[in-house]
Design a protein around this ligand. Sequence first.
Ligand SMILES: *Cc1c(COP(=O)(O)O)cnc(C)c1O
Length: 370
Amino acid sequence: MGVSFDKADGSLWLNFDVQPKADATSDADRADKLKDPGFGRVFTDHMAIVRYSAGKGWHSARVESRANFPLDPATAVLHYAQEIFEGLKAYRREDGGVNLFRPDANARRFRNSADRMAMAPVPEAVFIEAVEQLVQIDRAWIPGGEGSLYIRPFMIANEVFLGVKPSSEYIFAVIASPVGSYFKGGPAPVSIWVSENYTRAAVGGTGAVKCGGNYAASLRAQAEAIERGCDQVVFLDPNEHRNVEELGGMNVFFVFEDGSLSTPPLGTILPGITRDSIIALAREAGKTVREEAYSIDQWRADAASGKLKEAFACGTAAVISPIGKVCSAKGDFTINGGAAGDVAMGLRKKLVDIQYGRAADTHNWIKKVL
Ligand SMILES: *Cc1c(COP(=O)(O)O)cnc(C)c1O
């Protein structure tokens, strides 16, 4: 049993009971799986898991062999989708150590997501400890080079009850998946489809939190993008279908002729940690960054006039993806001749160099795990 006690500052702390897997993957099998892991299909040997029940609070913190969850068919998450998640990465440094990038920001956002979804908040120290414990025990799974270990903390409502109310029981768990270099030979520009029929989030809704339901609701629009021959969907604002919001799972930036950047303001979009980091890095480099609404009509006009030089999407998984082409019912237009732009690629390199420990961490973003 994981023992819980209060730290001196009053925050909850849990001791994780670590039970290494008896028949862990052999070095040869793991090397084979790490050759070309793709994204999200290969998993490490272990998971971290913590349970919550009303009255008892968070308890039974364990790191154990990755295994199925037994779920009663009436488990609340299966019916009312009370579920949230996070995504962050562990990076192998050249000296063999391991970096996490801004795990405190993920812990804070996870707490905000829990609050919006009426779920029990996971104390930030427990969130970070669960991530670190898993990274430590599964460190052999962190690919070298430009690969990384994608870490997926998540929480589900675990009460067996069909009544509509916040669950009295939760499971918080962390799993991890090695991912290769997202792009071989640099990121290829993506094409995006402007969804005019579907929106991602409404004012007062759940757009700003990382809940699975947002993704479920985005899949039809994403399928439409694929049908139109595009890689990704971009959503417009829910009221007027005018201002650009974000992609299904990435934020978006625009780069102008005068060197300035703009990105849609927070509100109904997901407050990306990559977005926040890019704003900081661009401002530090002396660039003006505006957080302001930008309409699809203006985007089209600025691309035609040459005022807009680049556009790119950003998020933890792909870091920065240049947007080469925008497709919509009103016609298509290209950006920067369909090629990756210098500003996007420069910011990408800066960020990735910090993540892998190749550049100075002047913002205190790196947490060394090993
Ligand atoms: C996770 C996510 C992002 C990117 O957030 P990061 O913290 O940068 O990974 C952007 N949009 C949506 C909808 C997301 O779920």
